[in-house]
Structures are given as C-alpha cells and as structure tokens.
Design a protein around this ligand. Structure first.
Ligand SMILES: [Mg+2]
Length: 377
C-alpha cells in the first residue's frame, strides 16, 4: 500500500463582532484549523487534523512533508514523528511542524484501520470501549455581557454530568464562578477549572485556596506552559490535582511534565502533540509516573474523533474496578460549526455519554458540503 495524494485543506470560522469569547487572557472571534486528506493507491482515504491556522499548516505540509509522504506506506506511520525531529533538523519541536505530523499520522491510522477493518482504538491496543464521559467545556469569558450561570445551565440541560469552566481573572471572581458552577452541576459532578496560564505561581496558589472547598477535579494550566519551575513550585502548595499539556508538543516536552509527576494529568491535543503514535508514547510515559491522560480538544470534528479513539485506547492503570474513574473527554460548548457540522454523524453528548465509533479507522464520514462551507483557501 502506498500514499499517492496529500491534500491540506484549511478551514476557518468567525463569530460576529462583539460576540468574541475566550479565557482569562482575552477574547477571540476567529478560529482556523487544517485538515489533511491522504489517499492511497487502492483508493482508501484517511483524514487527520493539524490544529494550526491554514496558511501556516498548509505551507508546512506542502514544503516539508508532501514529497516524502507520497510513496510512503501508511503502515510505516511511526517513522513520521521520529523523522520530524531528525529530518527537518532544528524545526522538529515547532508547534506547526508537530501539528503537521499529527495530521499525517492520524490520517495514516485512519487508513490502517480501514484496511484491516478495525477502529483506531483497537489498533492502538485498547480493550473494547464503547462509551466515554464527555465534560462540557464552558463558562467562557465573553465579550458581550452575559449572566455567568447561563452556559452551565445549558450544559446540564444538554445532559452533561461534568464540566470545565474558565477562571483565572482574579481569585475573588474565581471563587464566585466555581461556586455558581458547583451549585448548578450538583455535588456529585466532576468540575474542572482552567486558568489558561494567566497567573504567577503565588496568584495561582491564592486562587486554588479560594476554590478548594468546591471539590475541583483538576486545575488546568495554573501558570504559563513555558513556566516549568512554576509547575514544580505549585506541586507542593496546591492540594487540587494539576493538569497541563494543550500547549506542549511532542514526547520531549511531555517528558518534562511527567517526570517526577510535575503535573497529575497530561492533556495532549491530537492535532498538535504529534498524532496518535506520539500520544501513545506520551500515555506510556505517563503511566510510569502514575500521571493520568485526558486529551485536550478544541479542534474540528476530525481532531475530536482522533481524541475519542485515543481516549478509548488508554489503560486505566493502576485502577482496578474498585476505583471508578470516568474517562473524561472534553466537549467544547462554544459555537464552532467545524466541530458540530463536519461529520455525517456528529458526536452526541446527550445522556452524559458519547459513543466511541466502532467503524474502521477514526470511524467517521466527512460531510463534503460542510467541508466546502468552511474551506478557507
Ligand atoms: Mg485549557
């Protein structure tokens, strides 16, 4: 089997002026990402996503990868990530390069699954897994003035039994936001908070203490991703588990988070971390330090499908069935038609679970009309 065609397809969507949303660091209205479509000599098509804006990802894929990928056997997928560190030497750790690798890698796994008739999570060695627990990623900071409780009420009405909310503007408002979310979600729900790296360590500690009474499952990115010493400092000062990884790319950066259990949860994004091959290595490293793995997802439906397959493949070591811990999967509730419209059968969080596609590869069909609607080339 041989890859005969590589296409990079940029997608974009904008929210109306004044309707921007975001986190403690600011608002945004524009979202862009890049799909990769591979085709083989027997006509099998595979999809992947580079979670990077079209102009950057497209140029990287076309100039650095396309020539080598054409002619490649997709079963040699695991050579991609390793070659990315050695072949475009000095560029390997770059976020756009790792995003490009992620897209091609995931598309190869999609093809492999289709050619052997198995879903990707089974190819990755996971046991049979049919359902995951989605958590609503919500309560964004909004440009327009909105009641803070509105989005969390919507999430509960949609059937979510877990949620992650944005905090990180100041410890006092953090406490108010977390209290509001906890009241609406109920005592038993998993509630996570995301500071998006907006604090210095001492501010993160102050906020963590202000929200401690609300039984928070994890604090995400309390300090900037670049602040490795900040993460190490927080370990001894915060009793709430710490999560990070959406802004880390490739095995070497994840090793820094995992070593000595610098964080409790790592969150590779399947459109940036190096793909399913690299995510599997990251999960293996995480298991050696008893660090949990919960993928970050703010992608299109293709990146989400990759993350669902990956999450379904992860071992729950060291837990036995006597320690129930749901495999939480991020389900962004901000408006993003590239997530909600791109698949013939969209992921459905109703009832507090999502089905893991059992069809071969990623188990998805692209809605070609939707693809054309959001194409940005
Ligand atoms: Mg986050």
């Amino acid at each position: 089997m041989e890859i005969t065609d590589v296409q990079a397809i940029p997608l974009a969507h904008s929210l109306p002026d004044g309707e921007g949303l975001g986190d403690a660091r600011g608002f945004g209205t524009d979202r862009g990402t890049t799909l990769v479509r591979l085709e083989t000599d027997d006509g099998t098509v595979g999809w992947g996503e580079a979670f990077a804006p079209g102009p950057m990802a497209t140029a990287t894929i076309e100039t650095m990868f396309a020539d080598d990928v054409v002619g490649m056997d997709p079963f040699e997928v695991e050579s991609l990530a390793e070659n990315s560190y050695t072949d475009p030497y000095h560029f390997g750790g770059d976020v756009v390069v790792q995003s490009a690798v992620s897209a091609i890698d995931v598309a190869c796994w999609d093809i492999i699954g289709k050619s052997v008739g198995r879903p990707a999570h089974r190819l990755l060695g996971g046991t049979r897994c049919e359902k995951l627990t989605p958590y609503a990623s919500t309560m964004y900071f909004t440009e327009a003035d909105r009641p803070i409780e509105e989005p969390i009420r919507d999430a509960v009405e949609e059937g979510f039994t877990a949620a992650k909310i944005k905090i990180g503007a100041d410890p006092e408002s953090d406490a108010e936001r977390v209290r509001t979310a906890r009241e609406i979600l109920g005592d038993d729900a998993d509630l996570m908070v995301d500071m998006n790296g907006n604090y210095r360590p001492h501010q993160a500690v102050k906020s963590a203490r202000a929200i401690e009474e609300y039984d928070v499952t994890w604090i995400e990115e309390p300090v900037p991703p670049e602040n490795a010493s900040g993460y190490r400092e927080l370990r001894g000062k915060i009793d709430i588990p710490i999560a990070a990884g959406e802004a880390h790319y490739g095995r070497f950066e994840f090793k820094e988070l995992i070593d000595d259990r610098t964080v409790d949860i790592v969150q590779p994004n399947l459109g940036r971390c190096g793909g399913l091959s690299e995510a599997r290595l990251i999960a293996g490293m995480a298991s050696t330090e008893n660090v949990a793995v919960r993928p970050h997802i703010w992608n299109s439906a293709v990146g989400m499908a990759a993350a669902v397959q990956f999450a379904a493949s992860i071992s729950n070591y060291p837990h036995t069935r006597n320690v129930p811990e749901p495999m939480l999967i991020e389900f962004d509730r901000s408006e993003n038609p590239m997530r909600s419209e791109l698949l013939e059968t969209p992921f459905d969080p109703a009832g507090g679970t999502i089905d893991v596609p059992q069809e071969p590869g990623l188990g998805i069909e692209i809605d070609q009309d939707a693809l054309e609607r959001y194409r940005a080339d």
